[in-house]
Design a protein around this ligand. Structure first.
Ligand code: AMP
Ligand code: MG
Length: 480
């Protein structure tokens, strides 16, 4: 295989034992119409726009070298273990990009698979646009994530509470291996299969540890490190995933599964948007704890590979799991320093950051706009910045900044690169989707364009920085 422009698909996942997947054939789209095509991503993949016809983007035509499959996995959904698998996603293969990255590429919403469990395998336009908008916004924010190549109307109806327009999303990720893939292997109690999966995952994501004697322990440690870094990034921009089931947590450390996710407006750790998350299991403030819980589930699956003695294996796993908190705290604190324009480290920095968060909660402050206003004194300053408590905090913050060798200019520069001016605000996302559902795509294109440069602080972004003026709580829905 060469690295020239064009489809360059390999199918290493399909060379795993057959139990890890089922065959799948995309359903026929009666009249495909491409709504979104991500040309920048196409270039990174080594694909020319001319190769991405509506027939290919709808799943009607398979690219050369594709072996369509649905992946098998299990997962703890809201704490309960279930055997799952791709019920509405079809992996086409792994595109080898011009820079020699191996990238999973697949369809979502292209009809039932062996794992659909009674579901129709379809997706409506709205949720696919949501995944496109938010995953690409996350990418632009610098957060590891799956990406979206296209959204194509299929011309087929999707029956939900009402009849909706069907759509297919093409998405990519460094892989879709999940904690749940390991749970699936472990639940089947075939140690050889589990080992093959682990070796495959190591080769794909952590090749540097392949030849190490304790590679499975190091593997667990690496996944923990990447996930801790990821969740810290989520917390620092106010991203709430909404459905952190173990099947939605990757081995690579990328964000996947954009269902009921949303960005927090008013800072409150209890924020939850998902309509099905009745007890707030996946609320903003729980995300680090849930990630750690999920990683413990991963560790359990690896026990047979960690040591022959179960007792020793548990000790090894526990030692690694204990690092999650340390890694998370370190990543979070470094990120918070950058948000506050602190370029060196002092022992009081954590307290300074956390004091601000307490004030923000009391003031019911907008998360993004608080940091935006701190980063740029020219933008409208929030009213609560004139309150005594904030003024006192600000004095401390300014005194702290004066103690560093970095200039004020350097400090502000780091802040503007760490505090987005624009995020996909819920009312803007809804507005764009609603217009698209009525055939007007301009609002969507404009929103996506603005979200491409979240740290630009440009004048044209100003209208996209305003919080919603609705007083109703925002709700998101899963699997729709
Ligand atoms: P999610 O909450 O998106 O992670 O989905 C949980 C499980 O439900 C996964 O196995 C999905 O593939 C499956 N699923 C979600 N929506 C559908 C659908 N419309 N048809 C079939 N399976 C689905
Ligand atoms: Mg999922």
């Amino acid at each position: 295989m060469d690295s020239e422009v064009g489809w360059n698909l390999d199918n290493s996942y399909s060379r795993l034992p057959e139990v890890f997947f089922g065959e799948a054939t995309p359903a026929k789209a009666v009249s495909p119409r491409v709504i979104l095509l991500n040309e920048d991503l196409a270039v990174l993949l080594g694909l020319q726009v001319e190769m991405l016809s509506q027939e290919v983007l709808s799943g009607n035509e398979l690219p050369e070298g594709a072996t369509p499959i649905a992946q098998a996995y299990a997962g703890h959904q809201f704490g309960y273990f279930t055997m799952l698998g791709d019920g509405r996603a079809i992996l086409l293969g792994e595109q080898l990009t011009p820079s020699w990255n191996r990238v999973d590429i697949g369809l979502k919403g292209s009809g039932p698979t062996a794992f659909s469990r009674g579901g129709d395998g379809l997706a409506a336009l709205g949720p696919m646009l949501r995944e496109y908008i938010i995953s690409e916004a996350m990418y632009a924010l610098g957060i590891p994530t799956s990406r979206s190549l296209s959204v194509t109307l299929t011309g087929n109806d999707v029956i939900r509470e009402t009849i909706l327009s069907g759509a297919v999303l093409i998405r990519t990720a460094s892989s879709y291996l999940r904690v749940g893939t390991f749970q699936y292997a472990a639940a089947r109690q075939e140690p050889e299969d589990l080992k093959k999966l682990a070796d495959y995952a190591i080769e794909r994501h952590y090749p540097e540890i392949l030849s190490e004697d304790n590679r499975y322990e190091r593997f667990l440690g690496k996944v923990i490190e990447r996930q801790a870094a990821l969740i810290a990034k989520w917390q620092l921009v106010g991203f709430i995933h909404g459905v952190m089931n173990t099947d939605n947590m990757t081995i690579s450390g990328e964000t996947i599964d954009y269902g009921p996710c949303a960005f927090m407006d008013v800072y409150d750790p209890a924020t939850v948007f998902s309509s099905i998350d009745k007890y707030g299991r996946y609320k903003y403030g729980n995300q680090p704890g849930i990630a750690s819980w999920n990683l413990a589930r991963l560790a359990e699956t690896l026990l047979p590979l960690l040591d022959d003695s179960q007792e020793t294996a548990i000790q090894i796993a526990e030692k690694q799991l204990a690092n999650f908190g340390l890694n998370f705290e370190r990543e979070w604190l470094n990120g918070m320093r950058a948000k506050l324009g602190l370029l060196d480290e002092q022992s009081g920095d954590e307290a300074l950051g956390k004091e601000l968060l307490i004030l923000m909660k009391e003031a019911k402050a907008d998360f993004t706009n608080t940091f935006r206003a701190l980063s740029d004194e020219c933008v409208e300053q929030p009213k609560w910045f004139s309150e005594d408590a904030f003024c006192e905090w600000k004095k401390k913050w300014e005194a702290r900044r004066e103690q560093q060798t970095a200039t004020n200019e350097e400090s502000y520069e780091v802040m503007r690169l760490s505090n987005p001016s624009v995020i996909p605000r819920n009312h803007r996302v809804e507005e764009a989707i609603e217009a698209a559902e009525h055939g007007d795509f301009g609002v969507l294109y404009e929103l996506n364009r603005v979200l491409e440069s979240p740290y630009a602080y440009s004048a044209e972004q100003a209208p996209y920085t305003a919080p919603t003026n609705s007083s109703l709580p925002y709700r998101t829905y899963c699997g729709t």
